[in-house]
Write a protein that binds this ligand. Structure first.
Ligand SMILES: [Zn+2]
Length: 258
């Protein structure tokens, strides 16, 4: 009889107990009873499970709500940015048509808008590695953009078309993109400090500028140094690189001492 009453009381207390609303003294009484009573402890287990499920769904709802408000903001931001871009493009088209009675410079302006929007949106929208992704999009899109600019200039402004893209712009851009990408990869993979990375960049700049000169003047690489004063550039790049390597080494040693 005494045991039955006790079970009754425990059953009344259990909801508060699983919600952790009961006092320590009450907890002791309940837990002592639970040790000896399998019926009540089974009840407790079931209640605990229920509470856990409720808490779980609550947490899920919370994060889902947060996710929704975040995506809503993102959609708004995307929408606003895109409409600004589209308005910009339409305005240049209208102004160009009104002024020149045909499309001439607006195509170049619009390519520039599209280019910076693609790079900017990639940076804003990507979750990880924002800088790298934006840089990749920029590197890829710069080539068709330059080609487009050549096309527009040749169509609208040249009496005789000049093919500067494939002869100059393409190889020179590829060389500098390669140099920048190698620098980025060195920073990411080898994790050199920034001064040493700048040193490596300057060393590559020596080769980059020699190749650029030889392409721009349409001569062989060997002739670059005999034809002008490009060696002064190379020496100053090398001196700067050396300076950066020294600073980098000093920094590294200082960090190690600390
Ligand atoms: Zn009991």
């Amino acid at each position: 009889m005494d045991r039955d009453i006790s079970c009754c009381i425990i059953k009344d207390l259990l909801p508060n107990y699983v919600d952790r609303l009961t006092s320590e003294e009450t907890n002791n009484i309940i837990e002592n009873h639970l040790k000896t009573c399998s019926v009540c402890s089974k009840e407790r287990d079931e209640m605990m499970e229920q509470v856990e499920i409720e808490q779980d769904t609550k947490a899920k709802n919370q994060s889902f709500k947060q996710y929704l408000s975040k995506t809503k903001m993102m959609y708004l931001l995307k929408g606003a940015l895109l409409s600004f871009g589209i308005i910009g493009i339409i305005v240049t088209f209208i102004v160009d048509l009104a002024v020149n009675k045909r499309l001439s410079w607006s195509l170049i302006v619009d390519m520039g808008i599209l280019y910076s929007y693609s790079v900017g949106l990639t940076a804003v929208m990507s979750k990880k590695q924002k800088g790298i992704k934006a840089f990749a999009v920029g590197s890829i899109l710069v080539l068709p953009m330059l080609h487009g600019i050549e096309y527009v200039i040749n169509i609208n402004y040249m009496t005789e078309p000049v093919s500067w893209f494939s002869r100059y712009a393409l190889p020179i851009t590829v060389i500098w993109l390669a140099i920048l990408w190698i620098t980025v990869l060195i920073k990411k993979i080898i994790k050199l400090n920034i001064w040493n990375v700048l040193g490596v960049l300057l060393i590559m700049t020596i080769f980059g500028s020699v190749l650029t000169d030889s392409i721009a003047q349409q001569i062989s690489v060997k002739q670059v140094y005999t034809s002008g004063y490009e060696w002064i550039d190379s020496i100053s790049y090398a001196a700067c690189a050396l300076l950066f390597f020294i600073i980098g080494t000093i920094r590294k040693n200082r960090n190690r001492l600390h």
